[in-house]
Design a protein around this ligand. Structure first.
Ligand SMILES: NC(=O)c1ccc[n+]([C@@H]2O[C@H](COP(=O)([O-])OP(=O)(O)OC[C@H]3O[C@@H](n4cnc5c(N)ncnc54)[C@H](O)[C@@H]3O)[C@@H](O)[C@H]2O)c1
Ligand SMILES: [Zn+2]
Ligand SMILES: [Zn+2]
Length: 380
């Protein structure tokens, strides 16, 4: 099969690889119809992770079940499925509690709970930016979709960023009537804004510096704040009569930067602490790493982010963090798509074939105007 392989910083190649096979009785092999490039893939692409050369990338996958192992009962060949980015066993303590993003059994890496396809430190699993993908514990992990091709670009957001945006709102505690400040208008931030509206937010502010992304946020009804033009904290405080927003979502991560492009890993956390009212909630789904050898400061190299914890404490805010347990939300979000109440496909800007992946990575990484979300169709 053809696959998108990491060969080093900014070096992505399409290689021939053996087709995956059933290795365990609970495995399934999926023929990938759509697989997305994620902001998380860019951390690897830019050489800011320890991912090994030769890894097949891709954790946002969907497709058609080709074949299942002898222990698989619920899922059948021919089923159309969404594949959560989490590889979860379904039986450990964290999986039982609904925290499939912290599965205790699927990642052999010392000190790391939770596994994913095609990702640094997340276990030995190949990614799905390829023609086929092996899925362990298929009955537990796979979400069935209606057959056919309907809603393909909506359903492809169910493997990661739609649930992740929703998780940001859940961690922040968004309830009907809340005002919500979302930092980052990348795919995750845009779907956090969409999710906040689905949860009944009265006002949603979206902060970024990329005009095309802010325009999309405006199109779905958010109030946009360009950090190149104004101080986002002042803008949010002023818009909420001096109170601050009820909730905040961090959808940027450790490569947060100012309008000149200089990185400040604490910048968005500081802004959220200031822009969210006392006793409000903050959901952090943007990624922070335990170690970041590419960081500027010695502290940040060790994953130590010196943000305004004192004010966070003094304001009695709560903060939730971490990778999204996709299975907690994907069924409900699928049904919101089917009923027409959710349309996460609004952010797709480019549909490419697998052989065009190198270009897709490069342009999305530049945040080139108009490259808001790139999806690949390996079958094309
Ligand atoms: N927790 C999870 O399960 C999970 C899942 C998917 C992605 N992520 C993470 O979420 C983050 C966002 O993902 P994405 O795909 O949207 O990435 P992205 O890189 O496309 O978007 C990030 C956006 O943040 C903006 N930004 C940078 N500095 C900023 C600042 N100071 N203030 C406001 N905006 C700023 C950038 O301009 C960009 O538009 C990444 O860190 C990604 O790794 C987490
Ligand atoms: Zn992703
Ligand atoms: Zn588990």
């Amino acid at each position: 099969m053809k696959a998108v392989v990491y060969r080093g910083p900014r070096n992505i190649v399409i290689e021939d690889r053996p087709d995956p096979t059933i290795q365990e009785p609970l495995d399934a092999i999926i023929r990938i119809t759509t697989t997305n490039i994620c902001g998380s893939d860019l951390h690897m692409y830019e050489g800011r992770t320890s991912v090994e050369k030769g890894k097949i990338l891709g954790h946002e996958n969907m497709g058609i079940v080709e074949v299942v192992g002898p222990g698989v009962r619920r899922i059948k060949g021919g089923d159309r499925v969404s594949i959560p980015f989490n590889v979860a066993c379904g039986t450990c303590r964290n999986c039982n509690d609904g925290w499939t993003s912290f599965c205790l059994r699927t990642n052999p890496t010392e000190g790391v709970d939770g596994a994913a396809y095609g990702y640094a430190n997340m276990g030995p699993y190949d990614g799905g930016q390829a023609e086929y993908l092996r899925v362990p514990f298929a009955d537990f992990n796979l979400l069935r979709l209606p057959p056919g091709r309907d809603h393909e670009l909506d359903f492809t957001m169910l493997s990661d960023i739609f649930p992740t945006g929703y998780h940001g709102c859940e961690l922040a505690g968004v309830v009907p009537g809340d005002s919500v400040a979302v930092f980052g208008a990348g795919p995750v931030g845009l779907l956090a804004a969409h999710s906040a509206m689905l949860r009944g937010a009265s006002r949603v502010f979206v902060v970024d510096k990329e005009k095309d992304r802010l325009a999309l946020a405006g199109k779905i009804g958010a109030e946009t704040i360009n950090l190149s033009d104004q101080d986002p904290v002042e803008a949010i405080i002023e818009a909420t009569n001096g109170m601050g927003a009820d909730r905040g979502v961090e959808a940027v991560g450790y490569q947060a930067h100012d309008p000149t492009g200089t990185e400040h890993p604490e910048m968005v956390l500081d802004n959220l602490v200031k822009a969210v009212r006392s006793t409000g909630g903050i959901g952090v789904v943007g990624v922070y790493l335990p170690e970041d050898p590419g960081a500027k400061s010695d502290l940040a190299k060790q994953g130590r982010i010196a943000f305004d914890y004192g004010t966070h404490f003094a304001k009695g805010q709560h903060m939730g963090t971490g990778q999204c347990p996709v299975k907690r939300y994907n069924r409900q979000l699928r049904d919101l798509i089917i009923s027409g109440r959710a349309t996460p496909s609004f952010l797709v800007s480019h549909e490419l074939s697998l052989s065009e992946a190198g270009d897709g990575y490069a342009r999305f990484d530049e945040r080139r105007d108009g490259y808001t979300k790139v999806v690949l169709h390996p079958a094309a």
